[in-house]
Design a protein around this ligand. Structure first.
Ligand code: SF4
Length: 215
């Protein structure tokens, strides 16, 4: 006889969520225009959590988080293989919006659905108390995980990563820019990220993946 499985039960509840289709926060005009497909990787053992933005179309179609060029860059930043990245026993992946939000008029991905974090995020974090470090990717994750402690821009928040990584009540927070190709110019213009932040990220990942000891 197996015991209770809170992570499995929460994952099942999330997979059935249809809030953005059935009762969108901003009314009928804001209804999600496609069938929701929540894409998360919850874990009862992972000590590393990736808090991303929202799935893109390719992720929506495959059901695999970061199964795109952004994911390739993120894996390179972290120094992990695809197999390691998708091992939910070691890495949990929970974006700010679990479903692909669709496109705006210019063909860009819409922001994460506003309904998702209030409905789920507190429960998700409470269900994974073993998380040691959260990789906070982009402005929406920074807003939720850092609240008023974040700076006025993602650049300044990432630049001040020590404030969140070295001193935090809950898990350590390491803020990152989004690994999207759209941020290639940002990466060129902010070489300190490569020089200062990525080595720390790789050491943290090494440690939490059980390869080395780190702090
Ligand atoms: S985005 Fe979140 S709240 Fe909206 S339908 Fe998907 S899981 Fe539910």
């Amino acid at each position: 006889m197996t015991g209770p499985d809170p992570i499995g039960e929460l994952g099942a509840s999330i997979s059935h969520c249809r809030i953005c289709r059935d009762c969108p926060a901003k009314g009928e005009a804001d209804r999600l225009p496609h069938e929701p497909r929540p894409v998360v990787a919850l874990s009862s053992t992972a000590r590393l959590l990736i808090a991303g933005q929202a799935p893109g179309l390719r992720v929506h179609e495959s059901g695999l988080p970061f199964n795109d060029a952004s994911g390739n860059r993120l894996r390179e930043w972290m120094g992990v293989t695809r197999d390691e990245f998708y091992d939910a026993s070691r890495i949990a992946i929970v974006p700010m919006g679990f479903c692909f939000p669709g496109y705006d008029d210019k063909g860009s991905d819409l922001p994460p659905r506003r309904e998702c974090a209030p409905a789920w995020r507190g429960r998700v974090m409470a269900a994974m108390p073993q998380i040691d470090t959260v990789l906070v990717i982009g402005q929406y994750a920074a807003a939720w995980h850092l609240g008023p402690r974040r700076k006025g821009s993602v650049t300044d928040t990432v630049k001040n990563w020590r404030e969140y990584f070295l001193v935090n009540d809950g898990p350590r927070i390491l803020p990152l820019p989004h690994p999207s190709w759209r941020n290639t110019a940002w990466l060129k213009n902010n070489p300190w990220f490569d020089a200062d932040v990525l080595p720390v990220l790789r050491r943290v990942v090494d440690s939490l993946m059980g390869r080395t000891n780190f702090g």
